[in-house]
Ligand binder design. Structure first.
Ligand code: NAD
Ligand code: LMR
Length: 342
C-alpha cells in the first residue's frame, strides 16, 4: 500500500513532474467525517496516493482548514472541502470510492454498540446522499458499530433501489493489521511477510483471527492462540483505555483505511491480484453479513473465498459458532433500525 508515493524520488531536471504525474491513473475519493481523528490522517495518506486525482473532504465543521493545509502537499490530487448537508451532494458527484469515518468514538467503559444511537442516524443520512449522488461508488464504512452500520447502509441503498452488495464494505482492515503486527512480534517473524485473515465481525468476540491460516505457515501453542486471539479482539479497547477519554484508534485506523482504499483503487485500475478481509454481504455462513477475505476487482467483490472457512482448527470452529448469536443480533438491530425509519 502507498508504495508508489512513499518511494517517489525527486524528479531529475530533464523530467517534467507535471507530465509524469499525468501518466498516473486517476480516481476520485471522498471522505465523510474528514475533519475527525481518523479523517485527517486518512486524508493525508490518501493525498499521497499516485492513483488519486481528486480528494473531496466533507464534514459538518472544521474541514476548510484541513483541506487548505493538505492542498499544499505537492502530490497529484486536488483537494476540495465541503461543509454541511447543503454541500454533501456536490462532494459526492463522480466519486469512485467513498470512505465514511463520520460519527462518535468510544470512551473507556463503552462498547461499540453504545455508539449505535448516534452513529446509526449519521450513517443512514450519509449513505442516502451516496445513493443519490454516486450510487456506483465503492462504499467503505468505518463508523461503529460496523456490525450494524453496514446492514443499515445496505437497507438504505435497497430503499433507494441502488444496492450493489459487491460494492458495500465494512472496514475491518485494522483487525488484520493488528493481527499481523501481534503475530509477527510474538513469533519473531519479518513483519512484511505476515498475513493473518480475520473473519466474523468487528466487535469483541465477533472478531475471529484465523491463526491456523497465518502466512507464512507458523505453529502456535494452545496458550499462544488464546493470548493472541484475545489481544486482537481487545485491541480497540486497549487503545480506548490508553487514550483515557480522548477517543479510540485514529492513526492505526487511518493507516488501515488507507490500505483498503489503495487496494480498492488498484482493483478498479485492473490489478487482478487484490485480496482484503472485509465485512460484507455474504453466503459463507448462515448470517447475511460476514467478514472474510474477498477478491476485489473493477466491479467490487469479484469472488468470495469459501475455502478460507474450511479446515479451521477446533478452537476456531468453536469460536465461530460462539460469535454467531452476537453478530446476528447486531445485524438484525441495524436492519430493524433502517426499516422502521420513515
Ligand atoms: P472523531 O470524533 O475524532 O471524528 C468524527 C468526525 O465525524 C468529526 O469530525 C465529526 O465532526 C464528524 N461528523 C459527525 N457527524 C457527522 C455527520 N453527520 N456528517 C459528517 N461528519 C460528521 O472520531 P474518530 O476517532 O475519527 O472515529 C470515527 C468513527 O470511526 C467512530 O464511530 C469510531 O468508533 C469508528 N472507528 C472504527 C474503526 C474500525 O476499525 N472500523 C476503527 C476506529 C474507529
Ligand atoms: C477499533 O477497533 O479500534 C475501533 O473499532 C474503535 C473502537 O471503539 O475500538
Amino acid at each position: 500500500a502507498l508504495r508508489g508515493s512513499f518511494a517517489r524520488k525527486a524528479q531529475k531536471p530533464s523530467q517534467s513532474s507535471h507530465h509524469g504525474l499525468q501518466l498516473q491513473a486517476s480516481y476520485k475519493v471522498a471522505i465523510l467525517g474528514a475533519a475527525g481523528g481518523i479523517g485527517q490522517p486518512l486524508a493525508l495518506l490518501i493525498k499521497m496516493s499516485p492513483l488519486v486525482s481528486a480528494l473531496n473532504l466533507y464534514d459538518i465543521a472544521n474541514v476548510k482548514g484541513v483541506a487548505a493545509d493538505l492542498s499544499h502537499c505537492n502530490t497529484p490530487s486536488q483537494v476540495l472541502d465541503f461543509t454541511g448537508a447543503s454541500e454533501l451532494g456536490n462532494c459526492l458527484k463522480g466519486v469512485n470510492v467513498v470512505v465514511i469515518p463520520a460519527g462518535v468514538p468510544r470512551k473507556p467503559g463503552m462498547t461499540r454498540d453504545d455508539l449505535f444511537n448516534i452513529n446509526a442516524n449519521i450513517v443512514k443520512t450519509l449513505v442516502e446522499a451516496v445513493a443519490d449522488n454516486c450510487p456506483d461508488a465503492f462504499i467503505h464504512v468505518i463508523s461503529n458499530p460496523v456490525n450494524s452500520t453496514v446492514p443499515i447502509a445496505a437497507e438504505v441503498l435497497k430503499q433507494k433501489g441502488v444496492y450493489d452488495p459487491k460494492k458495500l464494505f465494512g472496514v475491518t482492515t485494522l483487525d488484520v493489521v493488528r493481527a499481523n503486527t501481534f503475530v509477527a512480534e510474538k513469533k519473531n517473524l519479518k513483519l512484511i511477510n505476515v498475513d493473518v485473515p480475520v473473519i466474523g465481525g468487528h466487535a469483541g468476540i465477533t472478531i475471529l483471527p484465523l491463526l491456523s491460516k497465518t502466512k507464512p505457515s507458523v505453529s502456535f501453542s494452545d496458550e499462544e492462540v488464546e493470548q493472541l486471539t484475545i489481544r486482537i479482539q481487545n485491541a480497540g479497547t486497549e487503545v480506548v483505555e490508553a487514550k483515557a477519554g480522548a477517543g479510540s484508534a485514529t492513526l492505526s485506523m487511518a493507516y488501515a483505511a488507507a490500505r483498503f482504499v489503495e487496494s480498492s483503487l488498484r482493483a478498479l485500475d485492473g490489478d487482478g491480484d487484490v485480496y482484503e478481509c472485509s465485512f460484507v454481504q455474504s453466503d459463507l455462513t448462515d448470517l447475511p453479513f460476514f467478514a472474510s477475505r474477498v477478491k476485489l476487482g473493477r466491479k467490487g467483490i469479484e469472488a468470495m473465498i469459501p475455502s478460507d472457512l474450511q479446515g479451521l482448527s477446533e478452537y476456531e470452529e468453536k469460536a465461530l459458532e460462539a460469535l454467531k448469536p452476537e453478530l446476528k443480533a447486531s445485524i438484525e438491530k441495524g436492519i430493524a433500525f433502517a426499516q422502521k425509519q420513515p
